[in-house]
Design a protein around this ligand. Structure first.
Ligand code: UN1
Length: 494
């Protein structure tokens, strides 16, 4: 009997008012249905907002160190459930078990990091220009934070937003991607078991264009945090701009790895395989371009295409699998359409280029790790985000040219350079336009205690992770306390 899941609204697991549900299927085997999840409507969102207001009234008055203790317990429960949650995640979105375990670990790290922030959440005390007057500023929660999250890191990305938002004293409404509702469900179960007051978190499943939209357009949700496509981010941004809402956006990437002539090629090879084909290329930080110096191009591309063609595709739960499926059929079709575009543009296909359909792979959304050589920096496959296992190789003849190519897309999330020359590395760090630069590592591998985010069309200036994320979820209040017992006029009586 297929399990029917519910929303979590007003402290209870409840059926959607629409009475409608959608099937959540395993992308490695379309016949495996995980469960039915609510296709909620705006009325469900309205109830969630009303409840979150009550949750906020209570939670915002709970001392931050006590809020931190709840997050500490959240971390402990995630540790206990790491394996079970990782398996559930692989089953619903496909990436291999080692990676979904890493995804849960990122949630654990975020929980413990946020927990300790409860005893910091620093404000500033500064001197007043007047005698016998005190001046300070401190951070306050904003209200209800609406969180809209993608499928590729079904646990880590929601936690990047949710844990700091909660620590800062906000209530949250969580709208997970339609492809990964089960992980969202399991995460909310953990929060409730850890002792979070029930109305402080609301889980509303459904479509972004329906429930996500109802949340973004509602005046009582003053903060929105979104990770997803630049296209959707622009729509959300327009609404939030009109309504003067706080908005943190984390969007597309077209991340490049630069390989210099002096690089350790074995290291670069391991790095590009992991960066391009880990998570089946479905990361905002995926290495989707390889910018290689001409003297090492031939060797690099030959060895790379050999190894990419040997990567083992399969169900992510099988320990022998190296590359799982794409998340759904539409995503597989999109990847294939980009491969057709690349061929038409005149790039040379040196690995992959087609869906993988042998044996049991036929039941899933598998696509062969794909490499295009001879790519011009202006081709669409070198500029647009594909979000799949497709790598474009561009050849260059100097560091300057490499950096120019690296910077020639509308995005600026992650970047990487392989070189043994510290001067080159430092120049790349300075001149690359991106939120993250790795030296001798691929474009993926961000850690939770550092700012995460990008420049240009990747973001809107906010950073998740580290101490920076709390800027998205707090307001400043400045406080002046005059203990002189007389009227002192700033700027005048000094
Ligand atoms: C993403 O690319 O969508 O840097 C997030 C990494 C992960 C997070 C990636 N820690 O690989």
């Amino acid at each position: 009997m297929l399990e029917t899941f519910k929303n979590f609204i007003a402290g209870e697991w409840v059926a959607p008012t629409t009475g409608e549900y959608f099937d959540n299927r395993n992308p490695a085997d379309w016949n495996d249905v995980i469960g039915k999840f609510p296709r909620s409507g705006p009325a469900d969102m309205l109830k969630a907002i009303e409840s979150a207001k009550r949750g906020f009234a209570k939670w915002s008055k709970t001392p931050a160190p006590i809020r931190g203790q709840v997050l500490q317990r959240v971390g402990d429960l995630l540790v206990q459930r790491k394996d079970a949650m990782a398996k559930a995640m692989t089953r619903e979105m496909g990436k291999v078990l080692a990676e979904t375990r890493g995804d849960v670990q990122e949630g654990i790290d975020t929980a413990y990091y946020a927990a300790t922030e409860g005893r910091r959440l620093f404000g500033r005390t500064v001197p007043s220009e007047l005698r016998n007057k005190w001046a300070m500023s401190y951070r306050r929660p904003i209200g209800i934070a609406g969180l809209i999250t993608p499928f590729n890191f079904p646990l880590a990305i929601p936690t990047w937003k949710m844990f700091p938002a909660l620590l800062c004293g906000n209530a949250v409404i969580f709208k997970p991607a339609e492809d990964v509702p089960h992980t969202g469900h399991l995460l909310v179960e953990v929060l409730i078991e850890a002792g979070l007051p029930p109305e402080v978190v609301q889980l509303v499943h459904g479509q972004g264009s329906v429930v996500g939209r109802a949340m973004v357009e509602h005046r009582d949700v003053p903060v929105i945090s979104f990770t997803g496509s630049t296209e959707t981010g622009s729509i959300i941004g327009a609404t939030c701009g009109k309504m003067h809402k706080r908005l943190s956006l984390e969007m597309g990437g077209k991340n490049a790895m630069i390989v210099m002539g002096d690089a350790d090629l074995d290291l670069a090879l391991d790095g590009v395989l992991w960066g391009a084909f880990g998570t089946t290329g479905q990361r905002c930080t995926a290495t989707s371009r390889l910018i290689v110096m001409k003297q090492v191009h031939d060797e690099m591309v030959r060895r790379l295409s050999e190894r990419a063609s040997k990567l083992r595709l399969g169900d992510g739960l099988d320990p022998a699998t190296e590359v799982g499926p794409l998340v759904n059929r539409a995503q597989r079709d999109k990847v294939h359409s980009y491969v057709e575009i690349g061929k038409k543009e005149g790039a040379k296909l040196v690995a992959g280029g087609s869906p993988a359909e042998e044996g049991p792979l036929r039941e899933g959304n598998f696509y062969r790790p794909t490499i295009f050589d001879g790519v011009e920096p202006t081709m669409r496959i070198a500029v647009e985000e594909i979000f799949g296992p497709v790598l474009s190789v561009v050849t260059v003849s100097s560091l300057e040219e490499a950096i120019q190519v690296q910077n020639s897309t509308p995005y600026g999330l992650s970047s990487s350079i392989y070189t043994r020359d510290v001067n080159r590395a430092m120049r790349a760090i300075r001149d690359i336009e991106a939120g993250i630069t790795y030296v001798n590592g691929p474009t993926i591998g961000a850690e939770v205690q550092l700012p995460f985010g990008g420049v240009k069309e990747t973001g809107n200036g906010h950073r998740e992770g580290g101490p920076t994320v709390i800027d998205a979820f707090t307001e400043w209040k400045s406080v002046y306390i005059d203990y002189s017992g007389k009227l002192q006029k700033a700027q005048i009586d000094r």
